[in-house]
Structures are given as structure tokens and as C-alpha cells.
Design a protein around this ligand. Structure first.
Ligand SMILES: [Zn+2]
Ligand SMILES: [Zn+2]
Length: 132
């Protein structure tokens, strides 16, 4: 009788454990992709997306093989913190240097480029390619 009871107990515990495992929420994005959609846990790190940006052309003069610029100046609250890889734009060596030497907002205004919008759209495109 005693043995039966303990048997029943361990069965019950196993069932509980199984239920708890099932109830555990799955992450939205598989870890293997290296992408984090959860904001507020530090800047996005995404090498594959950086490569895609580098494969574009300079947003100002359309030169191929640009450098990748992080749009730090558009996010005053993140000053001193590295901006995420989702906020990146392609710029040729010349325009990249010019941007870093001048007032950043004035630079984008002068060339009529909405850098933040470009970066957001392009990052969204990267994500949608992974999860169509
Ligand atoms: Zn350029
Ligand atoms: Zn830069």
C-alpha cells in the first residue's frame, strides 16, 4: 500500500513537470538567427544586416561599396552608448567623413536624406526576409 502511494506521487510529479515544460513560452525568434526583437535590452547586434547595408550604395551619391554608419546623432538619449546595428546607413568614404566632420542633422538636411526612415525600412526588410 505504501509503495503504491509513493508510485502515484512520483507519477503525479512527472505529469506536473511535463505540464510546466509545455507552458513555458517559446522565444519569438530562434536564438540561432542572432536577432533580438525585444527592445530595451541593449542595442541590436546583427552582422548579417550590417553586411546587407554594406552591399547598398551611398545614400547621398549612389557610390557602391559604402561604409556602414551608425546613426548616433538621431538618438540623443543613447549618446555615449553604441547605437544598434538596426540604425545603420550606407555612406561612401567621402560622405561618411563629411558627416563625421559636420553637424549631423545639417548634413542629412543638406542632402535631403531621411536616414532614420531609411535605416528602419531596411532593417524591417531584413527581418521580413528571415520571417516571411
Ligand atoms: Zn557618397
Ligand atoms: Zn559613421
Amino acid at each position: 500500500m505504501k509503495r503504491n502511494l509513493s508510485n502515484l506521487n512520483s507519477q503525479h510529479t512527472a505529469a506536473l513537470r511535463r505540464a510546466a515544460k509545455k507552458a513555458r513560452p517559446k522565444p519569438l525568434v530562434p536564438k540561432a538567427l542572432g536577432v533580438r526583437l525585444d527592445e530595451g535590452k541593449g542595442p541590436v547586434r546583427d552582422g548579417a544586416h550590417m553586411s546587407r547595408v554594406a552591399g547598398q550604395r551611398c545614400l547621398v551619391c549612389n557610390m557602391p561599396h559604402p561604409q556602414v554608419h551608425h546613426i548616433r546623432e538621431c538618438f540623443p538619449r543613447t549618446m555615449g552608448v553604441k547605437v544598434g546595428d538596426d540604425k545603420t546607413v550606407p555612406l561612401c568614404v567621402t560622405h561618411h567623413a563629411e558627416l563625421h566632420m559636420t553637424n549631423n542633422a545639417a548634413f542629412w538636411t543638406r542632402y535631403g536624406v531621411d536616414a532614420v526612415r531609411w535605416a528602419d525600412n531596411f532593417y524591417r526588410e531584413t527581418l521580413s526576409r528571415r520571417h516571411p
